[in-house]
Design a protein around this ligand. Sequence first.
Ligand SMILES: [Fe+2]
Length: 365
Amino acid sequence: MIFEQLNPHACRTYLIGDEKSREAVLVDPVLEHVEDYLKTLDQRKLTLTHVIDTHTHADHISGGAALKDETSCQYVMHHKAPARCVTFHVTDGFECHLGNIPMKVISTPGHTKDSIALVMSDRILTGDVLFLDDAGAGRTDLPGGDSGEHWDSMQRVLGLPDHLIVYPAHEYRGRQPSSLKNQKLCNPNLKPRSRRAYIDYLEGLKLGPADWMKDVLKANYACARDPKAAWIPVDVPACEVKGTMAIGTNDQLVAGMPVEEIKRELDEGIPLFLLDVRDAHELIEELGHIAGVTNIPVTALAHRLDELDAYRNRTIVTICKAGGRAHTAAQILMQAGFPKVHVMMGGMTGWKKAGFPMGNPVGGA
Ligand SMILES: [Fe+2]
């Protein structure tokens, strides 16, 4: 069997091929790499018979539609997938062969309604139902996501043979595939707890996907063939539970600014542009806010960048409760070409702890 992961980044695309028949399947192809996939197939003298998306993706545009156009392959997804360009719908328990390689589809809703995993004799492609090690599992706050269903799906995967090697749809930190047995030991989302406790844990985080993810979903519903159909930030572990609140892999590129320095510069009249990226209600709650801040929640920032255009050349300091969302916001700004972006280290928690003054006026940009 030929089995390879083809992408240089966190989205995983798997090539599965039968050496004898030279038939091949691509699982979770990414639109921007379609030309590379076609070259690889050509070089290996493989015929693409099917592309399979393990679910409707919210972090990248699928290459499924474009590959269907370029080849005579079938585009396979779960029967609840909304994309009209899908040509072959599968249901739970569907079994097939790629040459001599048997595969079985199991339905794994929770991350999305249309999530599936592909089970082979020695491995399982888990999509976003299960990631590796401390990456945990896919988020359940996307449209159609359901924490309880996700719990049920994980239990189902746990009931499969221990020796299966887990190949997820994303890997953000270079973790290596390992067995289900190993995941039971080291994956925090698989630690023993009740279904109710799992739901409470996820709901207690009060997360919500970034707005740009909703645009990516729309592009995939519409079978987009243009990689620019939706704006996507780089290096954000978006499909993880806390993905769009996490620091990301480029955090060394984000400059931190201590609260003391911010206070000093403000006192000296240096025109810092303070951008508080928490939800509006948080600014009037316990931690308060700094006088004169502009409030744009991190989940809306990618759509409201034009409001910051006039301040493009100012030093922008992003602020949140403790630093996580401010890092994500800083990365969005840097990706959009803002030249001087800093994160307030320690967030409003640090500002308050230092005893610095709070303010009243809060507004948009
Ligand atoms: Fe996903």
